[in-house]
Design a protein around this ligand. Sequence first.
Ligand SMILES: [Cu+2]
Length: 341
Amino acid sequence: MERRNFIKLGGASLASAVLGSGLLSWVPRSEAATISKTFYITGGTITMPDGVSVYFKGYSNSATGLNVPAASIICQEGDTLSITVVNQLAVTHNFVIGGLKPGDPPLASTGDIASGATKILTYTIPTGKAGSYLFYDNKTSYNVFLGLHGGLAIMPAGKSNQLYSGSPTFTKQMFWILNDIDPALNSAVQRNVAVPTTFTPRYFTINGLFSRPPGAPGHEDPAIDALYNLNTRLVGTANVDRALLRIMNAGMCNHAVHTHGNHMEWLTDRGTVRPSVWKKDTLYLRNKLGKIDAIFPFVPPPDAYPTVLKSKYPMHLHDEMSQTAGGGLYQFGAMTEIEFL
Ligand SMILES: [Cu+2]
């Protein structure tokens, strides 16, 4: 453990830890650009909803902060990524942009970054790479769910509203990055002892946040309640908005992503475009870097009478464990809210 960089984050600090991780804004350009970003690999603790303090590592925006997940990046084909990664911790880390599909080689990697060292990854994105990506540390099998992960959205060149050239269109887009936490593993890393050979998930997050149900501390606080955090909460106007959801899984558990209100238009599974667009209310999100792209269409729920234009619905996971924290605090897990404005 790295005493000199050890920091302790409570609920208030967690707010800044997640800003920018979900909702994306994008204006296409006719010219390629260089997207520069600096990440600091840091460690520290975050307080879970049951009061337990758990150690995480993150690709953070500052040398003294802790961002889990990392701030997401959006760019377009033809752009050059220039990503500086500063390793503040005592062990070697890296920064890898995963491939689009399972088995694809990584798009790019810094290679090893020794303790205290800095590496700059420079990568020009070829055409044909539009899609949703995770970047992460693969020096160990667990660094990714220890917190070293984030989302990268590559837009088709010149497009503002398509996932890939010719895809169904959207009006807004966001990442939902899910993670599962076994505090025993995180604690072992913190104490620099052998990690457990089993994985028992106790906490489940969406964009690093927990749902805070009515009556709970922090309910409706957009800084810490995943139901109300504006980078996580899905908001749109009926018959106007269509939201692209880039749903990523940094964790060890398979999940079943379930939206109320509308079915989702299922566009991709693990980077592969589906042969036809199915409308489904529950999508299977595979573990270990699984990902889905889907559009939530904000159409009036078709079976409702009279017609419903304004309402609120949950998005939760249909694997029941992921609604809990600490093994028993129900609705303190990976949930958010969907609002038809
Ligand atoms: Cu449900």
